[in-house]
Design a protein around this ligand. Structure first.
Ligand SMILES: Cc1ncc(COP(=O)(O)O)c(C=O)c1O
Length: 381
């Protein structure tokens, strides 16, 4: 049994999440977890880093075989070795795909903030279409709204599955509906699946595995950054079954450094070769308990609406009923809990809450947020 309750001091770890955060604040924002990386990854990184030679690395072919075996084992999906294209990180792979295609791109909001910045990074126009939400706070793609918004110049749609920040994992039926919409308008799907192994309720469906058409007209991107909690070791891969698209994608990448430094490669092998399977299972079980606890506590607060989280360790909290201009600022000032402001994902009345942390920290953050809302109630009367 791994100890996910362990609370090491993460200050001074050179992480965006913890650096510069004052002692009295609990950071529940950036999407990395407050757990150590899995022991096999830690050992491989330490061993490789302690070797005094850092030559140009080899090993991508072997890593490709390892990733193929992983997809076979976890998703029962075959991948041909040449389908895999290594990228410096998942987002740089998405940018590359966008630049390769040109035109206008679209996606549903709320959406991971870096994807929302891509129009500037790829210098391309974007169309954002809201997800729909039902009375049970369940988010889904709004096919009618996508249909109303689409234009002839749209070349691709970015799918985020599992969806950061709303925590949806799209079903086969939903993916088929989206595919039909895209086919009708000759739109390619770029599927960002970096959270795919943080699947808490159901099995993830890699987009390219949906059917033959999905294989022929898609770029799927993933990496070990989320599941093994190693975003500081950037790397990723694109799965591009279609030879013509793959060739274009590789040509578009020309001039970029080959992916993976020698230490990251050591980590990635362990992330996918099965050594971390037990750790990953226990992590998911721990995250499920955190999620259930956090959802229960937030559901008890009438001013907050929380959708059920199927994947990722991120809860999307709708705080509209608090009638605050900046709910994240409120939680920072009144609860000393740092959450991500919903504005950057496309809805300023929401906040994103990261529950990927030891339970003691989670409970402390929940207690503080609850107490802050209690005080808000008293002050409002
Ligand atoms: C949906 C999604 N894609 C990509 C990334 C970042 O990937 P990378 O660091 O490999 O570029 C994140 C990080 O939070 C994410 O949530």
């Amino acid at each position: 049994m791994y100890d996910f309750d362990c609370l090491p001091d993460r200050r001074g770890s050179d992480s965006v999440k913890w650096n510069g955060i004052s002692e009295d604040v609990i950071p529940m924002w950036v999407a990395d977890m407050d757990f150590q990386a899995p022991p096999p990854v830690l050992e491989a990184v330490t061993e490789r880093a302690s070797h005094p030679y850092y030559g140009y690395p080899t090993g991508l072919d072997e890593l490709g075989r390892i990733v193929i075996q992983h997809y076979e084992k976890v998703y029962q999906v075959p991948i041909e070795p040449e389908w895999i294209v290594w990228v410096p990180s998942v987002i740089s792979g998405v940018v590359n795909a966008l630049k390769m295609l040109g035109g206008t791109f679209m996606y549903s909001v709320p959406m991971y903030d870096h994807i929302r910045r891509l129009y500037a990074e790829a210098n391309l126009p974007v169309i954002e279409v809201p997800l729909k939400k039902d009375a049970d706070n369940h988010y889904a793609m709004d096919l009618e709204a996508l249909e109303a918004a689409v234009k002839p110049e749209v070349t691709c749609l970015i799918l985020c599955n599992p969806h950061n920040p709303v925590g949806r994992m799209y079903s086969k039926e939903e993916l088929l509906e989206l595919q039909a919409f895209c086919k009708k308008h000759d739109i390619m799907i770029i599927s960002d699946e970096i959270h795919c192994e943080i699947a808490l309720d159901k099995k993830h469906i890699p987009y390219f595995s949906l059917n033959e058409e999905a294989r022929e007209y898609s770029v799927t991107l993933s990496g070990a950054g989320k599941i093994c909690n190693i975003p500081g070791l950037p790397m990723g891969f694109a799965i591009i079954p279609d030879a013509k698209i793959r060739k274009k994608f590789i040509r578009q990448q020309d001039g970029l450094l080959p992916s993976g430094n020698i230490v990251t490669l050591a980590a990635y092998k362990k992330a996918y070769d099965g050594s971390c399977d037990q750790w990953k299972d226990e992590l998911r079980a721990y995250l499920c308990e955190n999620r259930d606890l956090a959802e229960k506590r937030f559901k008890a607060i009438s001013e907050i609406q929380v959708p059920h989280n199927e994947g990722t360790y991120l809860l999307w909290l709708d705080c509209s009923a608090l009638r605050l201009e900046k709910p994240a600022k409120f939680f920072m000032e009144q609860a000393q809990v740092k959450v991500s402001p919903g504005k950057i994902y496309g809805n300023s009345q929401c906040v994103r809450f990261n529950y990927g942390c030891p339970r003691k920290q989670l409970i402390e953050a929940l207690d503080r947020m609850e107490a802050a809302i209690d005080r808000w109630r008293k002050n409002k009367d």
